[in-house]
Design a protein around this ligand. Structure first.
Ligand code: COA
Length: 191
């Protein structure tokens, strides 16, 4: 089983985390001869070259939740969500030039639940890089960024991975329908 462990974090700054891969996965991650790699979590604003790939991933994963969605729309959305200090902010995990995943801290997500704010959104890990702790690290990074901004509770909704977030300590707020999908709204105390 792989692990990714936080090393350091400053609000709004780059975070360096160490990824540990199982013996069989070392070759996939590069040519370094040990099991520890440095994975960066940074602002998308600082890695604009990742926007097209990320837009493609997000479109493929979540287009059904946005009628009329397109990759172009996702590119526009990512640029809109490329804040640095002010929300909305998108964070990206990478290993050198390789994009590994994303997570966002945004004020508004479900238009049917304006009372909940802020939200963790856009948590996505490249399929070939899953089960290595990257999703956990991205989620934890957004929790830390929310805490650094003085928020006390963070929300998310998920149509598919309630079990993943429960495993990370998130609580169920409610289960509901949203845009023709069954979703779970969850929350996490951040301070
Ligand atoms: C859900 C997702 C982000 C998980 O990313 P990941 O990098 O594979 O997750 P991690 O490796 O950090 O997993 C952390 C822990 O959660 C567990 N986990 C991972 N995916 C899980 C799932 N779908 N259900 C339950 N537990 C899960 C892991 O086994 C690990 O457990 P451990 O720490 O006890 O070993 C990834 O599968 C993904 O991008 N899915 C598609 C998009 C999506 O559904 N995003 C969620 C927002 S709606």
């Amino acid at each position: 089983m792989s692990r990714l462990t936080r090393r350091c974090s400053e609000p709004g700054h780059r975070t360096s985390v160490a990824i540990r891969a199982s013996r069989g996965r070392v070759a996939e991650l590069g040519s370094l001869g040990n099991y520890t790699r440095s994975v960066q979590i940074e602002l998308l604003a600082d890695r604009p070259e990742f926007v097209p790939t990320l837009a493609e991933w997000h479109f493929r994963e979540w287009a059904y939740l946005r009628p009329g969605d397109s990759v172009a729309n996702r590119i526009r959305l990512l640029h809109e969500r490329s804040g640095r200090r002010e929300l909305p902010i998108t964070f990206v995990a990478s290993f050198g030039a390789e994009l590994l995943g994303s997570a966002m801290l945004i004020h508004h997500e479900m238009d049917t639940r304006p009372q909940y704010t802020p939200w963790l959104a856009g948590v996505f890990v490249a399929p070939a890089r899953r089960q290595r702790g990257i999703g956990r690290a991205l989620t934890q990074h957004v929790i830390s960024e929310a805490a650094a901004r003085g928020f006390s509770t963070l929300y998310l909704f998920t149509p598919s991975v309630e079990a993943f977030f429960s495993h990370l300590g998130w609580s169920i707020v409610e289960r509901t329908r949203y845009r023709d999908a069954d979703v779970t709204i969850m929350s996490h105390q951040v301070a």
